[in-house]
Write a protein that binds this ligand. Sequence first.
Ligand SMILES: Cc1cc2nc3c(=O)[nH]c(=O)nc-3n(C[C@H](O)[C@H](O)[C@H](O)COP(=O)(O)OP(=O)(O)OC[C@H]3O[C@@H](n4cnc5c(N)ncnc54)[C@H](O)[C@@H]3O)c2cc1C
Length: 362
Amino acid sequence: MQAEVRFNQLLTSNHPDKSIYHLGLKTTQPLNYQPGDWLMVFVENPPSLVDAVLAALHLTGQETLTVKRVGEVTVAEALQSHLEIRLLAPATLNKLKRSFQLSDWPDRQAMMDYADGKDLLDLLSDYPLLTGTAVCDCLTPLAPRYYSIASCKEVVGEHRVDLVYRQVGYQQRGRWRQGLVTTTLSQKNEGDWLEVALSPNRSFKLPDSEASKSSDIIMVAAGTGIAPFIGFCQHWFAASNPVKKGQAWLFFGETHQSKSFLFESQLQQWVQQGLQLRTAFSQDQAEKVYVQDRLWQERAALWPMLMKGAHLYVCGSQKKLWQGVEKTLLAMIVEQQGASFEEAEATLRFWKKAGQVQLDVY
Ligand SMILES: Cc1cc2nc3c(=O)[nH]c(=O)nc-3n(C[C@H](O)[C@H](O)[C@H](O)COP(=O)(O)OP(=O)(O)OC[C@H]3O[C@@H](n4cnc5c(N)ncnc54)[C@H](O)[C@@H]3O)c2cc1C
């Protein structure tokens, strides 16, 4: 589906090292989404990377190959529109290993370590024997990237959908790397078009007031993890939603209050309507403070809510956020229930299975 850019606002304009954007889109067809769902964004590989890869493969680009579900196309078209060259997928490395008898990477972990942050050009420069269209036959399809939807259809309308994304850019091996989709997104202006598709996420949903024993919600986010909670709060505090349900808590973490307090004024408006907002800005004091520290500080208020069935949602980085939050939740269960660590793990597993704890971590 096509979507037109309504706005593409840099939220961290006074932060030199971080570019987080709020992207507003208008879709050509109604989009039947719920807060918590994802939007997939499709873009093509940049011509500069395609040209460099063609040169490294010793190809002109006019050779042809057959791409699954597409058919016969030129290599240039395949590399630009259909095959992943920005990331090195383990499946690609496995196939190349078999086809070209490479003996490196004894196991999957070694392969993942090698692939980390690299693109096809790195591989071709490390293994100059990899040339010709046979290499292209080993590449995985160019995948869309997923983004948590940051709006509520009932509030903004079924043709509008918002995202929050962080532009990826980093230096590795003396070359500047740009995230494929987020770099393309960052260059979009009002009126530009994008290819998108909805991907429902049934396991990250606000409580169903009929089916749930509690309608309290505890949202935990760091960085772009705030995205789905903008949609949750739009729904929760909508004027059309006069029945005030339970409590809504939001724990939000970033680096600096002055540079990266995303959606500050919007969140403060919801605070006026009852949102319990707790923030953790890790770099603002000598000792680092994270959202999990705030959860721990508020455990006397949170524990009774959890015992009554409050839903707890976590969105953001799997490594940086969920690992810390998980540790804190386990410590809370151990302390409050007098449980052993193993019993606490079982309780957390049960909460996750029952949907009381829901994750959107990446
Ligand atoms: C379910 C889900 C929901 C998501 N929701 C969001 C969201 O709401 N907002 C959002 O911004 N993102 C979200 N993401 C991540 C998003 O899908 C993309 O992965 C991300 O935006 C990067 O895409 P890209 O094409 O720009 O970068 P890519 O070209 O895909 O490059 C990303 C890769 O670069 C490498 N990399 C990145 N930084 C560094 C570094 N500093 N050093 C070394 N290597 C590095 C990593 O290998 C990373 O996988 C979500 C992911 C999933 C799976």
